[in-house]
Write a protein that binds this ligand. Structure first.
Ligand code: HSE
Length: 402
């Protein structure tokens, strides 16, 4: 019997308890032993819930119980999740988490502590919800040099953009629904402004390249300035607007960005809608692979956490992390990134825009008046900003996914 303790009985923690309960038999078979939830730590009470009997409000009983070999950290946030995780690893307990905030901020240190104590720190559920992309990169692609990762990494924003595009739904309404279903972060700003996707692309890039990518250096733009007018233009271009996390590695440099982008029909990411996530990976031997699946929500995320639990259960007393280079990649300044853009300007600025941007392609949508819209050639972000400054009435712009 292998005992686990779940820290935080929220959306994901309660999902993990349910997966361990409902899939007990398959988990026992794959782990080679029974996996039992021995404790649930939460400040709240849950009368009538199956975990009522094992609920504790203090961490010490868990930390001091030598039979607890795996701790599930689904508290979210940095504190006390960081301290609890560190203490568990130092006690030789493995930790499985969905907490991308913590992994992005302290993952390198926590993985090192895990290694020093023959335990594991696993975070499959921190990126892509239930999609087993981290494991795929670490096992199936272990013989490849991965040089690019692009993904729709946030279910909430993809859900909002899909509802806006397909149902003409208003931003606030779609967000409220995403929160109700349990997709959104406690603070919706993290989803909408791209901070969640920023952490995820940094984590995925670090795993993909085997070298640390500092999430604080990732240029990030959210979806809060996307309008239904943009949606109409996107449709006219046979494109959809998606919040993408994108990173490309060249030697010790990585170019990495989170921003809403126009994705054209024909690109597999075009058909990734609603809460679904997808991650495109390019390996030097493999070429392209795309991983697609449920990107948020209680059970999909819990499924990924539970797979990590099985992995930890099979490897008690043994650190199984792939060795990284121990280096941190240099994040290139966003100004140097090269993109083509879709731009909307006031009707009076159309001629000036053409003079500034040179070769452009006009886009028109019947019924939209008083403005001009066009797509540009590929240029650096710095050059784009310089040209844009010459135009006084800019109504918006969106990068184009190549
Ligand atoms: N808020 C996150 C999302 C949850 O919407 O993708 C899953 O990480």
């Amino acid at each position: 019997m292998i005992k686990t303790a779940i820290l935080g009985y929220g959306t994901v923690g309660s999902g993990v308890a349910e997966v361990l309960r409902k899939n007990r038999e398959v988990i026992r078979r794959h782990a080679g032993d029974e996996v039992q939830t021995a404790y649930v730590l939460d400040l709240r009470e849950f009368p009538g819930d199956p975990v009522e009997e094992i609920l504790v409000h203090e961490y010490e009983p868990i930390l001091n119980d030598p039979d607890v070999r795996i701790v599930v950290e689904t508290m979210g946030g940095l504190h006390p999740a960081y301290e609890f995780t560190k203490q568990a690893l130092q006690a030789g307990k493995s930790v499985c988490t969905s907490n991308k905030e913590l992994v992005a901020e302290h993952g390198v240190e926590l993985m090192k502590i895990a290694e020093e104590h023959q335990a594991n720190y696993m975070f499959e559920a921190s990126c892509g919800g239930g999609i087993p992309v981290i494991r795929a990169m670490q096992t199936g692609l272990a013989a490849d040099e991965i040089d690019a990762v692009t993904g729709i990494l946030n279910g909430t924003t993809n859900y909002i953009l899909t509802r806006m595009e397909q149902d003409g739904c208003d931003f606030g309404e779609a967000l409220a629904e995403a929160q109700r279903i349990g997709y959104a972060e406690r603070n919706p700003e993290a989803d909408i402004e791209g901070y969640d996707a920023k952490r995820k692309i940094a984590i995925l890039s670090s795993v993909a390249y085997g070298s640390h990518v500092d999430y604080t250096k990732v240029f990030t733009e959210g979806i809060s300035r996307i309008t239904t007018t943009d949606m109409q233009y996107a449709a006219a271009l046979s494109a959809r607007i998606k919040l993408l996390g994108r990173s490309v590695r060249r030697g010790n440099d990585v170019s990495v960005m989170v921003a809403p982008m126009l994705v054209f029909r024909g690109n597999p990411l075009y058909d990734v809608n609603g809460v679904m996530n997808a991650i495109f990976v390019h390996g030097n031997m493999l070429g392209d692979a795309m991983f697609y699946g449920s990107g948020a929500g209680s059970l999909p995320t819990a499924s990924a956490v539970s797979a990590d639990i099985v992995d930890c259960a099979k490897n008690l007393g043994k650190n199984t992390a792939l060795p990284g280079t121990g280096e941190t990649l240099n994040v290139c300044p966003a100004d140097e990134a090269e993109n083509a853009f879709f731009v909307r300007v006031g009707a009076d600025e159309a001629v000036k825009a053409e003079a500034c941007f040179g070769k452009i392609r006009s886009v028109t949508v019947p019924g939209i008046e008083g403005e001009a819209a066009f797509t540009t050639e590929v240029m650096t972000e710095a050059a784009f900003r310089e040209k844009l400054q010459e135009i006084s009435d800019v109504k918006g712009y969106i990068r184009i996914c190549r």
